[in-house]
Structure formats: C-alpha cells, structure tokens
Ligand binder design. Sequence first.
Ligand code: SAM
Length: 217
Amino acid sequence: STEQWRAVDDYFVATLVGEDAALAQARRSSRDAGLPDHEVAPNQGALLSLLARMCRARRILEIGTLGGYSTIWFARAAEHVTTLEVDPGYAKLARRNLEHAGVADRVDVIVGAATDSLDELIARRAEPYDLVFIDADKPNNPRYLEASLRLTRPGSVIVADNVVRDGAVTDPGSTDERVRGVRRFLEQVAADPRLDATALQTVGSKGWDGFALALVR
Ligand code: SAM
C-alpha cells in the first residue's frame, strides 16, 4: 500500500540518505510558495547524485527545475549544472534555494520554454553534457530526447523521470498527452542505435512511477 511504500522510503531516508537543512528548506519553501510537490524524493535525489558521481559527470543538463531540489543534489555532485524552467516564479525560488545551499555559482538557471532553451544551447554549441535529466512536461519528451542527443557525447547518460505514471504507460490507446509523450519517448529510445537503455518501476513516497536510463554509445 502507499502507506507501506512511504514507511520504507522514510526508513531508507532516515537510515541511509538524510536530507540536510538546505535540501529540507528547498522542499519546504516550494510548498510555502504553493509549488506542486513534484520534486524527486530524497532517496531519488541521492540516486541521481550517485549516478552523476558514478559516471564522473562534470556537466549536467536538467530539464525541469521547479524549486531546485534535484538541482541541489546534482550541483553537489558535479562542476556545472544547466537547468531549464519555464516558470519565472519557480526559477526565482530555485535561485534562492541554490544560493541558500551554497551552490548557485555552479548552476545556470535558464528561464523559458525548454525547447527554445535547448535550441539556443545547440546553436551556441554548448560543451557536451555528461548527464541529462529529463523531468519537465512529458508531451515534449521526444523533443527533449532529440535535443539531448545533440548536447551529449558517447558515454553520456540520459535519465527520464515519471515513465510509469501509475501503470498508464502500458496503454497504447491512452488519450493522456503525458502518457503518449512518454510512450513516444521510450519507442524513440528503443529505435535509436546510439542508445542502450532500460526502465525501472519505483514505488515510494512519490507513489508508483519510474525512471528510464539510457547510455549514449
Ligand atoms: N526536477 C525537479 C525536482 O525533482 O526537484 C522537478 C521538476 S517538475 C517535475 C517539472 C518542472 O518542469 C516544473 O517546474 C515545470 O514548471 C517545468 N516545466 C514544465 N513545462 C516546461 C517547459 N515547456 N519548459 C521548461 N520547463 C517546464
């Protein structure tokens, strides 16, 4: 049940992960400002940070900032994070949270529709990113994947969140644009010879969902 999933997450966070004052403040300030509770759970943030460190990521691209919670995890793991957010109010709060966490100098928060920001990064030939985290509007996931492939190099890692959506991902007839975006994204990943990939279901304080992981060959 959801209650048991939450209890296990709480146990793992208390035992293994922890959430220091800056992370807790980022979460709290997002709630106080009325942002949706769509940031990753603490143990998921730790997973992202470990992935970044395991692949020795120096530069990270995040699509979907919200209040900067996952951004803080990434910024503690790498030299530079570029994070893209469409909502100026969310971006402002994220910058404040990044300042408070002492990592603002390592993070570039770009405000605007991510498709435009990604085009801009491609146009200015941004140095390749070692890890990309796709966590914004799901209907655009296929476009985010195309852009990610242009902004990475062989050996880079691409992670996408929310690919299960309470199991709805298995429904080929879904009319939910988010589910359709995720399905198109997964099909695109599977068909691309440049990518080796898998996906994992997760249960926990964030309900039933999951991550897709891809390695650029
Ligand atoms: N990665 C964050 C974390 O774990 O702390 C959570 C990101 S939240 C799931 C998704 C974010 O993507 C929201 O802040 C939303 O405003 C942003 N977003 C939605 N559509 C977008 C778009 N077209 N371009 C850029 N950001 C967008």
